[in-house]
Design a protein around this ligand. Structure first.
Ligand SMILES: Cc1cc2nc3c(=O)[nH]c(=O)nc-3n(C[C@H](O)[C@H](O)[C@H](O)COP(=O)(O)O)c2cc1C
Length: 144
């Protein structure tokens, strides 16, 4: 099993419909390809971990990299590791929810505290999620 984590910047601020469009397509495609993982969106930053067969993950990553909706796509880590996510997930704040953004951030920080970090890709994924949730500042990504 192969894992890959990258970070990127959305070209414009994504609204609920924009994110839902990605979610719908990704859910269907990834389930066909047996790819699992998690995509987090906050403050115009995407952080994504993809896991599955190496060839499938790399092919999908190439497709995602070419997507016009984001830029500065930067690979943070790739490695062989056990599958961690049972399905494909996406986390973003839905403005139609009653919960406010602060609650969303707090929940995800709490979740990241308990998440397994048994591989370098997972470790770098959750560290980057924390950073993105903090202040959107990823200038120090090299140090992760
Ligand atoms: C940040 C981001 C993450 C994405 N993640 C996935 C993904 O996990 N799986 C996927 O199939 N498409 C994902 N996409 C969409 C792909 O770039 C592409 O539009 C889609 O796979 C095209 O699907 P199609 O070939 O079935 O039309 C993502 C796009 C963005 C901007």
């Amino acid at each position: 099993m192969f894992q890959l984590t990258y970070v990127s910047k959305s070209k414009s601020e994504m609204n609920f419909t924009d994110l839902n469009n990605i979610l719908e397509v990704a859910k269907t495609n990834n389930s066909t390809l047996n790819i699992t993982g998690c995509l987090v969106y906050h403050n115009s930053r995407f952080v994504q971990i993809l896991e599955g067969e190496e060839i499938e993950v790399l092919q999908l990553y190439e497709k995602i990299k070419a997507d016009e909706r984001h830029q500065d796509v930067t690979l943070l880590w790739e490695n062989n590791a056990k599958r961690y996510f049972g399905e494909w997930n996406m986390a973003f704040h839905n403005p139609n929810d009653d919960d406010d953004v602060k609650q969303f951030v707090e929940n995800l920080i709490l979740f990241s505290d308990f998440a397994e970090k048994s591989s370098s890709a997972l470790l770098s994924f959750w560290a980057t999620v924390r950073r993105v949730l903090g202040d959107g500042n990823i200038r120090n990504l090299e140090s992760i």
